[in-house]
Design a protein around this ligand. Structure first.
Ligand SMILES: NC(=O)C1=CN([C@@H]2O[C@H](COP(=O)(O)OP(=O)(O)OC[C@H]3O[C@@H](n4cnc5c(N)ncnc54)[C@H](OP(=O)(O)O)[C@@H]3O)[C@@H](O)[C@H]2O)C=CC1
Ligand SMILES: O=C1O[C@H](COP(=O)(O)O)[C@@H](O)[C@H](O)[C@H]1O
Length: 437
């Protein structure tokens, strides 16, 4: 059941020299748009000006460096803590002459289908992608370009509004989607991908983004292959990595160390898509912009806090990823812990990302180590309801029959500080439960 991170090789990178600029942006005509690309959220509550959330260190607010401040150390080398403008205007000629290729590694998987392709289409639909862009899917599953397009088209919706040209836009978007099948640790296969990318880039200035929609234990293999064989020659190369970032502190630090053999910190974007959800984005604003809440937000008035993640569907074919991690690493350690920290933190100096991060770190440091007797875990079983059969977790063909991986967990966490002393923070997360909320 254990997953091993592939040891990182110490051989020096043969990758081309890479150039970077600070350019993550919001959606505006003539600008690249990436800062909210996983969920295009627009907080309904507008904070007072000094409480506007901005990105520090050039990262979009919901794709942050997990290293920054988490262990109390300064930000990673080369990253300036002060706020940077995250807009990047392209001149007309750059816009036409440059290309952006987005390679979704793990394109056959759940995340790619449910979230990434639809999000990319939403960006395209809103004219937030550059004129010359293409999307490549990469995975071991053998697919043709046409088959990938069929998979993607099944996931696309015109959810922002029903503009008349939505169907046309979908068709145009799909024409820009291509597929290459390969192994995650094969430099040869990534070299083939590189040739395909080059052919489509047609000699233009090319920026390349690799979205790692795969289990974390193969991040390093992919990054090595990208770095040696598929990084941009004359533009930037960036990598987005998903949670969970390792299995524990040790493997997380090891993962960072290994990634840094091939990438600089500002090429790496760690994402937690829950931070881009409207409810979560609004939490701090709700709390700190309403005088009525702040005085009530403590042990004096709150008996307990419950953070509940409930899905009414199972893992369904995701055993390849999920079985090695389980619900605690999949949901609790990242999504719910981030929300807990946001909820419990002291008032930050401002709602700048850096100030919020500092306060969240203080909360995490004040937490009492979790006691085993304060946790329960479980795994869903199959059942029959109303004539319909609902398979159990281990009935899934991608899950080993004897798997003990938890699909449900509940825990009581405590924060040892003046505000929250004695208040249980009850965290619950489960798959294949009765409701989705
Ligand atoms: N699903 C979701 O809603 C979300 C997922 N994530 C994160 O995205 C990442 C991928 O998750 P998800 O897409 O759900 O998972 P999947 O199980 O669907 O895996 C994605 C792809 O990775 C490849 N893969 C799966 N298991 C292995 C393995 N053991 N070894 C090598 N390749 C494998 C498969 O492609 P092939 O066999 O074709 O190579 C698969 O299609 C995880 O880190 C997860 O935490 C984050 C947010 C939301
Ligand atoms: O990160 C993950 O999130 C999804 C749930 O995301 P949501 O935005 O649809 O609520 C979860 O299904 C998946 O297991 C996990 O990896």
């Amino acid at each position: 059941m254990a997953t091993h991170f592939s040891p990182c090789s110490s051989s020096s990178s043969s990758s081309s020299s890479l150039t970077f600029s600070s350019e993550f942006t919001v959606c505006k005509p003539r600008r690249y748009c990436f800062s909210k690309w996983v969920s295009q959220v627009h907080p309904r509550i507008h904070a007072r000006n000094h409480f506007r959330i901005k990105s520090s260190n050039g990262h979009p607010p919901n794709a942050v460096s997990m290293q920054d401040g988490m262990d109390g150390t300064p930000l990673a080398e080369g990253i300036k803590p002060e706020e940077q403008e995250i807009f990047f205007d392209l001149s007309d000629s750059e816009k036409v002459q440059s290309t952006l290729s987005i390679t979704v590694v793990g394109a056959s998987g759940d995340l790619a289908k449910k979230k990434i392709f639809p999000a990319l289409f939403a960006l395209y639909y809103e004219d937030c992608l550059p004129e010359n862009f293409m999307v490549f899917g990469y995975a071991r599953t053998k697919l043709t370009d046409e088959e990938l397009r069929n998979v993607i088209s099944g996931t696309l919706t015109c959810r922002i509004d029903k503009r008349a040209n939505c169907e046309d836009k979908m068709e145009q978007f799909l024409k820009r989607c291509f597929y290459h099948s390969g192994q995650y640790d094969s430099e040869e296969h990534f070299a083939e991908l590189d040739s395909k990318l080059k052919e489509k880039e047609a000699g233009k200035l090319s920026n390349r983004l690799f979205y790692l929609s795969i289990p974390p234990n193969i991040f390093v293999d992919v990054v090595r292959c990208v770095s040696y064989k598929a990084s941009a020659v004359n533009g930037w190369t960036r990598v987005i990595v998903e949670k969970p970032f390792g299995r524990d502190s040790e493997s997380s630090a090891e993962l960072t160390r290994c990634l840094k053999q091939y990438l600089t910190e500002d090429q790496i974007f760690r994402i937690d898509h829950y931070l881009g959800k409207e409810l979560v984005e609004n939490l701090s604003v709700l709390r700190f912009s309403n005088l009525v809440f702040e005085p009530l937000w403590s042990r004096n008035y709150i008996r307990n806090v419950q953070l509940i993640f409930s899905e009414d569907f199972g893992t369904e074919g995701r055993g390849g990823y999920f079985d090695n991690y389980g619900i605690i690493r999949d949901i609790m350690q990242n999504h719910l812990l981030q929300i807990l920290a946001l909820f419990a933190m002291e008032t930050p100096v401002s709602l700048e990302a850096e100030d919020i991060r500092n306060e969240k770190v203080k909360v995490l440091r004040s937490m009492r180590p979790l006691q085993l007797e304060d946790v329960i875990v479980g795994q869903y079983k199959g059942h029959n309801k109303g004539g319909k059969i609902y398979p159990g977790y281990s009935d899934d063909s991608t899950v080993p029959n004897d798997s003990l991986t938890p699909t449900f967990a509940a825990a009581a966490l405590f924060i040892n500080n003046a505000r929250w002393d004695g208040v249980p923070f009850l965290m619950k997360a489960g798959k294949a439960l009765h409701t989705r909320r």
